[in-house]
Design a protein around this ligand. Sequence first.
Ligand SMILES: NC(=O)c1ccc[n+]([C@@H]2O[C@H](COP(=O)([O-])OP(=O)(O)OC[C@H]3O[C@@H](n4cnc5c(N)ncnc54)[C@H](OP(=O)(O)O)[C@@H]3O)[C@@H](O)[C@H]2O)c1
Length: 304
Amino acid sequence: MKNILITGGSGLVGKHLTAWLTQRGYQVAWLSRNPDKGSSIKTYFWDVEAEKLDPAAIEFSDAIVHLAGAGIADKPWSAKRKQEIVDSRVKSTELIINQLKRSGKLPEVVIAASAIGYYGTTTSSHVFTETDPPGTDFLATTTRLWEEATNKFRDLGIKTIQYRLGMVLDAKEGALPKMALPVKYGLGAALGTGRQFVPWIHIHDLCNLMVAGLEQNLPDGVYNAVAPDQNTNGELMKMIASVLHRPYFLPPVPGLIMKLIMGEMSALVLEGSAVSANKVLQTGFQFSFAELKVALENLLVVRP
Ligand SMILES: NC(=O)c1ccc[n+]([C@@H]2O[C@H](COP(=O)([O-])OP(=O)(O)OC[C@H]3O[C@@H](n4cnc5c(N)ncnc54)[C@H](OP(=O)(O)O)[C@@H]3O)[C@@H](O)[C@H]2O)c1
């Protein structure tokens, strides 16, 4: 297995994974809406809405890593945006599957992104495992439909590994820099009760886990991609302040204010339960950043 096609490769996870795989000697190509972005990576075109996908992308791929999807928190959740969030995941998957059926060339393995939003955005003392049923809110429904679509890779006889991602921690992109910004100015505070869990994974461990899915004998199936450490929003914000050596004294931002600002999307930051990393650990996978403090020190502390 040499050639890896990454959908949504230009995103946070895709860019890191591309570097990771290239260093290991793989040929990486992206499947993108914008093949002319000027990236040095070979890029094939697709247009999910118009149901167009360059067949050469399928001919290229020995494995597919399917990451594409409209950003969950990039824009307000209007009815149109919600549909885009669903379609960019479900219809994109269907488009790949239809193209695979047409071409007859099947990849050895598909790694498909999913999200812990599958379990529903609720705060409880339950620690969610892969066998728990899906929730019923918008994100849970989206994620369930997304997984149902990626299940169809299995119907073609392709080994399929679905990773339910927690919040991906990276130094430059994603949620962490946004959370760290007010803390840097001494304005860090928990959101809502601060007792909601924030399952997370360091980008380094996520790339390693995806490589394990490609290279190792990981059984076909669904895996939570979260660190073993289970932390609340309050702990996370306080830890960011501690790692950055900034004061942390403000009261939590009331949930009502977050709801007024973010509407339904506020559930993303106000609710959350713990998610288990046990299934991944049982495969023998070793996290480099199993604890939040170690992960934050690695990502936030600028070393000379
Ligand atoms: N980052 C996290 O914390 C996190 C947590 C849970 C789940 N996930 C999921 O994991 C996947 C990868 O995450 P990420 O952070 O790398 O995402 P990202 O940075 O938002 O990148 C996603 C990529 O998807 C493509 N895309 C965006 N809108 C699209 C649309 N309407 N139709 C088709 N493709 C579209 C874009 O690639 P092109 O512009 O090249 O087409 C984009 O670069 C996403 O599906 C995300 O939902 C991420």
